[in-house]
Design a protein around this ligand. Sequence first.
Ligand code: ZN
Length: 389
Amino acid sequence: MMENIEITFKTLTPLWTGGAERDSNRVRETGLLGSLRWWYEGIVRGMEGYACDPVGDSRCEFDAKAKRPPEEQLCLACWLFGCTGWQRRFRLEVSGLEPQGLFFVASSNVYQAAGNWLWRVFGGEDLGGTRQGRGAAVTFTLSVQALWGEQATLRVIPLGGDGEGVLARVAFLLNTVARWGALGAKPQHGFGQIRITSGLASALVEEGQGLIAADAQSKSGKSPPEFFNLNSFFSHIYQMTKIEHYLDRLREIGTPLKGYRQHFIPCAFDIRYKSRSKDFRTGEGEDFGMRPWFRDKWGTRVAHRLFGRSDARRDEDRSAGRIHVSHLYRKDGSWHLKVWGHVPSNLKDNKGNPISVESVAEQVTAFVQTMFPGSKLIDKFDRKEVLGR
Ligand SMILES: [Zn+2]
């Protein structure tokens, strides 16, 4: 009888667990659970099972007085993660993560704009940050923190019946998130790349995959194309060859940690949004970044749907995008980048032609190889392997 699982992991990029909180100076399990639930919904829908919209009107509620079992009343995600009237089937205990000062880097060409945005998103003066100087001489400090751990542990403790079934499902979920997505909140800011070093037995992961597939068959459901769904998803891992020329033109936002360049380069914003800018006075140069790349290829509406609105006033609106980019991180001695995203099945270009997940993924590679010449796509999400279909 299996009582719990204990996974050891290493952070490859800082982890953000603050939910409504604007700081991530300690582990907040709710922040981790929120992101895990989102991924679980994507898996369940990808296997054609039913997962409700937990913030929508048709979200599940469990009525203990009704004479129907929970499996009938609840969608597959609410069964595992809980909802009104129904307790989550497990709890998490995390240890070995320490707070570290938050900072970013941006290309010197866009430094002021990127610095102003990130500084505001991560608290600005409200949370104790400072901004000094003007124009190109501006400097920022941030006082919020993210989490880091070389040997962190995550324990999953089942609650209620069928402990092994619950652990197996969570094992598959954690394996999927670590390989193809990100753990925790704010993945659009490069957080949450982890490497699981022990404790996740492949037999248990496989068992979990089989159980979720069976769940999906017994409780199937269709969901709107906007809903996160691994059936219309890509995840690419790139290995970079030479990034020195890129590193040379970066400036730091906030106070960098000594030696950080041995581990990660916090540049997701630079890649995803913009690393070069058109001069708005002279009109010279061009915007260069993943978002402008997609805007030039397929128009503003597609860029909005995939990357969120660029004219947004709040980070949540701007980043309500579907394509996420990790920071650069070092693994096995070389630099890597992960890019992943959900492409709504009804995505169309300006002329009304459908845009497939495959063509979006192709453009991502074209962009990455333009920004980082010589980078290689070394691994990618395989729908059949993960979803079994
Ligand atoms: Zn539900």
